[in-house]
Design a protein around this ligand. Sequence first.
Ligand SMILES: NC(=O)C1=CN([C@@H]2O[C@H](COP(=O)(O)OP(=O)(O)OC[C@H]3O[C@@H](n4cnc5c(N)ncnc54)[C@H](OP(=O)(O)O)[C@@H]3O)[C@@H](O)[C@H]2O)[C@@H](O)CC1
Ligand SMILES: [K+]
Length: 555
Amino acid sequence: MYVVTAEQMRELDEHVIGSWGVPSVCLMENAGKALAEEVLHFCQNRQSKEQVTNGNPLISDEARVAFDRWKGTRGQISNDAFSRGEKTFAEHWYILVGKGNNGGDGLVAARHLWEAGVGITLVFAECPKGLSEEALLEYYTAEAMGIPSILFTEQGDVTFTGGTGIIDALLGTGSKGAPRHAYASLIQAANDSGLPIISADIPSGLHADTGTLYEPHIRAERTVCFALLKRGLTQFPGAEAAGQIKVRSVGIPPQLAEGRFRETVYLLTEDVLSEKLKVDLTQRRAEDGHKGTYGHVLLVAGTLAMSGAGLLSCRAALRSGSGLVTWALPSELLPHVIGAVPELMLAAAAEGMHGTWNRASAQNIIKLAENRDVIAIGPGLGRFEEDTDWLSQIYKETDLPMVIDADGLNMLAEAGSDFFKHIDSRKAPVILTPHPGEMARLAGVSTQEIQQNRIDHALSYSAKSGVTLVLKGSRTVIATPEGNAYINMTGHAGMGTGGTGDVLTGVIASLLAQGYSAEQAAAFGVYLHGKAGETAAMMRTHPAGVMAGDLTEYL
Ligand SMILES: NC(=O)C1=CN([C@@H]2O[C@H](COP(=O)(O)OP(=O)(O)OC[C@H]3O[C@@H](n4cnc5c(N)ncnc54)[C@H](OP(=O)(O)O)[C@@H]3O)[C@@H](O)[C@H]2O)[C@@H](O)CC1
Ligand SMILES: [K+]
């Protein structure tokens, strides 16, 4: 499933209209009809609870329903086909119409809903004479059909009397900045009405590319997105304002997006994992495989004070299927963790004071790396004198796939943007797994700036440095130097707890050791990590009770 910017959508739109000759009004007709169908669907299901069926015998239906209720349905995305209901409804919908083609979609929807027996009132944000060319034609039709309409004036009040719902067709992908004048007043009034709102394409007031919300913005129950998902619908807080998202085709084939743009963004669905990334989701193993077949991870992590981070990463690596895991750790820590994970091999590697790391340990790590398949550096590592030189030496003198996390990332940030530039001898890939704060330090901007445009920041850092980047947080973004990005949909807010990042490092390192490419390991690792979090949540009374250690039990 492709995820596009407003500009990319416009380019695809122009291609279909200009090169293929599909009339623009046909696209608008398809969009408006799809919108009307979704509104009818919403009316039909208003009272009925969604049946949750997805048989994991370990998890009761009650637990699954409770988890889904807690997780919420806002921002969920689907693109199921819909067949139109035959019933008519005691419904009256107000349709807020803007001057652009988004408003045109609302006018087409009005015609179809009217035909289905739904009461309609059109509310124009501006005088209809100023509508875009295609939308104006729809206005004349609606007028000829006798569909009631009112023109909103900022002095006036709109009360939505007798309304059962509101369609937001005010602003779409052509919107710029915060909604102005009548648009702002109508958005406010719609939100205050308490009626369910269904948005056309994107909620008005959302930045279509970044997910940033302007004030005011529509808080939709559902969003019917046309043709392809817009980036802003996949990232928070935009995803929250959009409610449940349904992608409906309008005559612009999604596959037109493949290979067309310098950057291609995908929703990380199972289809994308198996078809685009060629990941075998069943993780079949050779019958004659043995521990040597599935790779050996060297994990460089932990101090006396932060031994748990190392343990979590190592457990996660073992649970994710690698044949062997060696934990390189400070000598003083070693006696304390003997037997904590019996399957683990321990290697005393550093002689820092009070069980910490030291500059001289780089040589030990390089030696240990000789017989291993992957090196993961960072969880619970702490900072120490000359640590950026330490990291640089390990980076230069090992040529294994490498995962860098936590304090390893802070060392990189301190080394500056040239760290990767000057080392061209390295062939094996590098994966960085920053949370937004670490990403901010790497990119030299504020955390807020990162969060306001996560996809762009991830893609641009990855392209600049040549690393595969995993920008953590809700809707984790995985970006590759080739310009692919994947947006993860698994997981939940209960996973925002200490140690889950350490678990992710272990999962990704483990997949790398088993021979997955950096792109596959990063994307599949993030996906599996979220899935494990979901299963762990359903095994507890409340998902907020999930701890990082629980995730390793459900990998
Ligand atoms: N193939 C497709 O892609 C298809 C697209 N379709 C639909 O078209 C939509 C895109 O249509 P669009 O380009 O006409 O833009 P849209 O957002 O409706 O209006 C922008 C207008 O609003 C104004 N305006 C801007 N910002 C503002 C603000 N902050 N506050 C107030 N006003 C503001 C601005 O006017 P200006 O201020 O510049 O005079 C501008 O003229 C898309 O989302 C989808 O729904 C479908 O029909 C199917 C096929
Ligand atoms: K809209």
